[in-house]
Design a protein around this ligand. Structure first.
Ligand code: MBD
Ligand code: FE
Length: 311
């Protein structure tokens, strides 16, 4: 039987009481958010006639999600990170702010404090036996298409198993493997050597994958490389590039793929080209120029502050 009590004065008063809205003190914003979440949950429980068993399964799931450190993984999986980006894009459009390179989600696996290099960096430590050589390079441009010297290119990506250093369940990777900060040269150029990453997959036994299974969805990403691009007078760009030759390039469980962020992988086997690029084996090349957007009224109005691992 589905009884309806949500709209009664008793329940509505109770929601205000439980959210602290009848109390002095506390934080008004937290009260407002709590009241809204509780109200929406109460209503959902009533509308969908949630059973006690379903409710307690949900509570157990949240405990598992937290103890597995997967809340920031489920979030992109359910499209919330993408939704926050959609809102920022819409805000830009409403303000008439022009973006260069499109933003896309940060994801949960950035680590602050990577080694800083100038112009060029080698990202991998050479220990991955399956590593296919990768060379990537390009220019960072300002909003007026002028190259930006001394721009900061923070780059991070996975190894050939789809694992990131600092989050690798095998414990194989040294700190900051495949993570660097590259400062662009006097012509705004950056360049790095690394190995071609493989797409990330959610831990198969974890709570995120468990829920995705219930939704009939996979938990895999195409091969991709993350970037933060920072320069004076510009907004910080958070983005990722997806490799065009990955079968999942338009089927990303985290919804990070966007038009303008899919790059072709150019394969080189020619001896002269190999030599000219300072390597000793066939390599894959990615070329990508970043274009930043100007500050809005002198500030980065969309800078995202979130808890990040600092190593
Ligand atoms: C990743 O590597 C990632 O970039 C995102 C968004 C989610 C999970 C793993
Ligand atoms: Fe990633």
């Amino acid at each position: 039987m589905n009884v309806k009590i949500f709209d009664t004065q008793e329940v509505q008063d109770f929601l205000r009481l439980a959210s602290g809205l009848e109390q002095e003190g506390g934080n008004p914003r937290v009260k407002q958010i709590t009241h809204r979440i509780l109200s929406d949950l109460f209503k959902m429980i009533e509308d969908l006639d949630i059973t006690s068993d379903e409710y307690w399964a949900g509570i157990a799931y949240l405990n598992q999600l937290g103890s597995s450190q997967e809340a920031a993984l489920l979030s992109p999986g359910l499209g919330l990170d993408r939704f926050l980006d959609m809102r920022m894009d819409a805000e830009d459009e409403a303000l008439g702010v022009k973006n260069g390179t499109p933003r896309t989600i940060e994801g949960p696996l950035y680590v602050a404090g990577a080694p800083v290099e100038h112009g060029f960096a080698r990202l991998d430590d050479g220990s991955d036996p399956d590593g296919q050589l990768l060379i990537m390079h390009g220019v960072v441009y300002d909003a007026d298409n002028q190259p930006i010297p001394n721009a900061q290119v923070e780059v991070w990506h996975a190894n050939t198993k789809g694992f990131y250093s600092h989050f690798d369940p095998t414990g194989e990777q040294v700190p900051f493997n495949m993570r660097r900060t590259i400062i662009t040269d006097d012509q705004g150029r950056y360049r790095f050597q690394s190995i071609v990453p493989k797409g990330y997959g959610c831990p198969p036994e974890g709570p995120t994958q468990q829920l995705l299974n219930q939704l009939g969805r996979h938990g895999n990403r195409p091969a991709h490389i993350h970037f933060f691009i920072t320069a004076d007078g510009h907004r910080k760009l958070t983005t990722q590039l997806n490799m065009e030759n990955d079968p999942l390039v338009y089927d990303d469980f985290a919804y990070a793929t966007r038009e303008g962020l899919v790059v072709p992988v150019i394969e080189h086997t020619d001896e002269a080209t190999i030599k000219a690029n300072g390597v000793d084996a066939p390599f894959s090349e990615l070329i990508f120029d970043f274009k930043l957007s100007k500050l809005v009224d002198g500030v980065d109005n969309q800078l995202v502050d979130r808890p990040r691992l600092q190593a």
